[in-house]
Design a protein. Structure first.
Length: 251
């Protein structure tokens, strides 16, 4: 490590990763944002899913000031964040075969919708089956994952495949296997994960592209405003009412 303090080293590492995804994933981000815009314009609905800490980036684009009102969170009980007790149960559920099928069977997802699946490793059964089964329904799937895991780890799904193998589009977060940017001789394990920073940035870049693409086509993007600015609640009320049949977090 350099002579810089760990905080500065971590921020430098995160900035380097953000530069990489900006430069190397630009075409993918453009394509993903266009796919979302196409879905909105055609009357489809938008969903995001992530398990464990990957759910943080999914939640960040749902009911978000400055974000698309039509983005809904696809939830799987027990794996959305670390609120389940014990927290380790969420990790175990990600490896359960058949869980994705049960979730999709009871979800509002239908042909013509778009689903963003976030999974850092993309190796567990849940995100792999979620992508496979969603596409079988006629849903367009965008995967946000670290492609490095596919070459440096083995799949935990019976097919031997990864999330990236079952998506219409894949955005590579460039996160190294293990998700830890720093090491110290005095610390027994690598530390300082950056996946949430990078994945959230990818999600926001994608939705920003979708909003701008819709505007370029003469379609007002269904954006939410902050409720902490004057007129924000009234604006949001209008948008939520206009698109009430495509928004599921109000029900």
């Amino acid at each position: 490590m350099s002579d810089r303090k760990p905080a500065g080293q971590f921020l430098d590492a995160a900035i380097d990763l953000l530069r990489r995804v900006r430069d190397e994933e630009a075409d993918g981000i453009e394509a993903a944002g266009t796919l979302l815009a196409d879905t909105v314009q055609r009357g489809g609905r938008l969903f995001a899913f992530g398990a464990g800490h990957s759910s943080l980036a999914a939640q960040d684009v749902v009911y978000r000031a400055g974000g698309l009102a039509l983005m809904n969170l696809l939830t799987v009980p027990g794996v959305v964040g670390v609120d389940v007790m014990p927290a380790t149960l969420g990790s175990a559920l990600e490896r359960v075969d058949g869980l994705a099928s049960a979730v999709l069977d009871s979800s509002p997802l239908r042909e013509g919708d778009a689903l963003v699946i976030i999974s850092l490793s993309g190796r567990n059964a849940l995100p792999v089956e979620m992508a496979m089964n969603a596409r079988a329904l006629g849903v367009r799937v965008i995967g946000v994952t670290s492609v490095a895991y596919a070459s440096e780890t083995t799949s935990r799904h019976s097919s031997g495949t990864f999330l990236k193998d079952h998506c219409d589009l894949v955005l590579d977060s460039k996160i190294a296997v293990g998700d830890a940017e720093l090491t110290l001789d005095t610390v027994p394990a690598p530390f300082a994960p950056a996946s949430t920073v990078v994945t959230s940035a990818l999600m926001q870049a994608m939705t920003a592209t979708a909003a701008a693409t819709l505007a370029d086509r003469g379609v007002e993007p269904p954006l939410l405003r902050s409720g902490n600015v004057d007129g924000g609640h009234e604006w949001n009320g209008r948008v939520l009412e206009q698109y009430r049949d495509r928004i599921f977090y109000r029900r």
